[in-house]
Write a protein of this length. Sequence first.
Length: 67
Amino acid sequence: MTETGELVLDVTDHNPAFPGFDQKNRAGRGRGMRRLARLDARLTWFPRTDGTGKTVRAVLPRGEEGG
């Protein structure tokens, strides 16, 4: 969780590349990316610092209180 109440989800794998990320992100390709798009998540990705893969990060906005 961030200080503002957003939820941060990281998924890491061993492939350092993510060809077409921007197009896939905009198009909501893949079941998980479509679901995250419906939740207004911000999606980014970055190489792992140890050089063995990448991390895809989804930041979900704070939900409604008391719902």
